[in-house]
Ligand binder design. Structure first.
Ligand SMILES: [Zn+2]
Length: 534
């Protein structure tokens, strides 16, 4: 350390028994650096702070001025960071963010540094911002402010209080022509406290301080007065150092400043977590059959971001359905379409405003109006998923979808979930369901061991025999990824089909647990009224 020009701070050692070294940055000698060793050094890395008033724009906690010795590029991190190595890392950060340009690729800075991550969140209050509200705030000009309404619900068992723990959702923003949150917000947070607040659009993050006089002083400089609930919107880094997004922060105050974690549902989180699937957001997927398998496929698609659904089923949810169904016992007695919509809403609230439900039997004796509604629903579909396992229904869908030019997916499990199947039909590119049936009728997954097996006792030693939730999950997972794959292939018009039939078998013919997945081609028959009409 001496060789680097750093000296031990004797005072700090005497005063608080801390080992700290003080020196100057070689890059910018106006910056004083302080290296402190944690009590548990060397198992914990040393910390480097700047002590001068110079604040680096990035890679420094603006409140404590600690420089991130993780390094601007991820590859430079080392578990055994020595004091001198920590200084080197700090020097690199200073070089990188102090305006000194470097062509050295090690200074290629791609680590996002969201300012909203630096606040001292109390973790006893949370606020959700829906897309309509976020869009309004995004259109506000820098320096402007607006009225805002918040619905706040205290946690169960807590006293009702604006200052107490709980969660809220912004219900309205703006005064003259306000934007309201989507209708689903009513179901997310129970009607409780209605709070009025003001929102400010800023060019930089609010101060990180929790000290009320410092906060007041900052507000006064902006020409504002503090109220007990305030919201701030400001730009911050996201994705990489050169891209920005708008962050939200709620501040609640009475005797101290409380930073409240604010979640914005503007799709940004979706595209970060599942990049490449954004084109699914506007597609409509119609489910014929909302039983166990249909509910599982629909649930995984809703979680992936799909919000437009069509749900068709005649049945009602029974309490025991919860063994396999996505909807729980609490929804017993609901029509299955409604129970499933409830579950999809939990996973993706936007489902509520974008789902059409039809409680009816396909191919049953329906009135003309009902049949017309079904026809319209099918015509709007990007893809239809049939999980009824009913050949009459599959045949009907095969006919109508050939006419409408809509892709279909047929998913089923055999009795006891010994095996399962997913069949994909994309008219006119692939073979139709009838062609699949003709080709594979005799080689479908079995539902029981072969008759040659002398003794096979289903029961306690065969816990998967009856086919419970996780057995269905396998077929549901295969079907869901096949659905997504099909919709994305349509987007890019790529031809890469190895097969359109997925066959899954959990057990072999002796009844032994031996899972096998195959993907098989389906041939167009000659003649076939759909595939080869001549
Ligand atoms: Zn055919």
């Amino acid at each position: 350390m001496k060789a680097r020009g750093f000296a031990l701070d004797e005072d700090a050692l005497k005063r608080s028994n801390r080992v700290e070294f003080v020196g100057k940055s070689r890059t910018d000698p106006s910056i004083e650096l302080r290296v402190s060793l944690a009590d548990s050094f060397p198992s914990k890395a040393p910390h480097v702070h700047t002590t001068t008033t110079v604040q680096l724009k990035r890679h420094q906690r603006l409140d404590t001025r600690e420089i991130c010795t993780f390094g601007p590029t991820r590859g430079r991190w080392s578990a055994g960071l020595s004091s001198t190595a920590a200084i080197d890392e700090a020097e690199n950060v200073i070089t990188d963010v102090s305006g000194i340009q470097s062509s050295d690729p090690k200074y290629l800075d791609d680590v996002p540094e969201p300012a909203s991550a630096l606040y001292y969140y109390q973790n006893n209050a949370f606020v959700l911002v829906s897309p309509a509200i976020a869009a309004f705030a995004a259109a506000m000009s820098e320096g402007s402010s607006a009225q805002l309404k918040l619905r706040f619900e205290n946690w169960p068992g807590e006293t009702v209080s604006r200052a107490g723990p709980g969660r809220g959702i912004v219900t309205e923003i703006g005064l003259k022509s306000p934007a309201k949150a989507e209708s689903w917000h009513d179901k997310l947070v129970r009607p409780s406290l209605e709070i009025k607040a003001k929102i400010f659009r800023l060019g930089a993050p609010p101060p990180f301080t929790t000290n009320i006089s410092d906060f007041n002083a900052w507000l006064q400089r902006l020409g504002h007065e503090r109220t007990d609930w305030m919201a701030f919107v400001f730009p911050e880094q996201s994705g990489n150092a050169t891209t920005q997004r708008l962050a939200w922060l709620f501040v609640r105050s009475k005797h101290r400043i409380e930073h409240i974690r604010t979640f914005v549902m503007d799709g940004g989180g979706h595209s970060t977590r599942v990049p490449g699937l954004c084109s699914l957001l506007e597609r409509r997927i119609v489910f014929i059959g909302c039983g166990s398998l249909g509910s599982k496929i629909a649930a995984s698609l809703a979680a992936t971001g799909v919000k437009h659904f069509g749900l068709v089923d005649f049945d009602f949810l029974e309490p025991d359905n919860a063994v396999r169904h996505e909807s729980g016992v609490n929804l017993f007695g609901f029509p299955k379409v409604l129970a499933l919509q409830n579950r999809l809403f939990e996973l993706n609230p936007q489902v509520l405003d974008n789902t059409k439900m039809l409680q009816m039997v396909i191919g049953g004796t329906n009135d003309m109006a009902r049949e017309k509604e079904l026809q319209e629903l099918l015509a709007q579909a990007s893809l239809i998923v049939d999980t009824t396992g009913d050949h009459g229904v599959s045949r009907f869908l095969n006919d109508i979808c050939a006419e409408l030019n809509v892709a279909q997916m047929y998913a089923s499990v055999s009795n006891g979930a010994w095996g399962g199947e997913v069949v994909r039909v994309i008219p006119p590119r692939t073979a139709c369901w009838m062609c699949w049936f003709a080709q594979y009728e005799s080689s479908r997954p079995s539902a029981e061991p072969s008759p040659d097996v002398g003794l096979f006792a289903p029961g306690c030693d065969q816990p998967t025999f009856t086919g419970t939730s996780y057995d269905l999950d396998v077929v549901a997972g295969l079907a869901s990824s096949f659905v997504v794959d099909t919709l994305l292939i349509e987007d890019s018009s790529r031809e890469h089909y190895k097969g359109d039939y997925i066959r899954w078998q959990l057990r072999n013919s002796e009844g032994q647990f031996l899972p096998v997945i195959e993907i098989l081609p389906i041939h167009k028959r000659k003649p076939c009224p759909f595939c080869n009409p001549n």
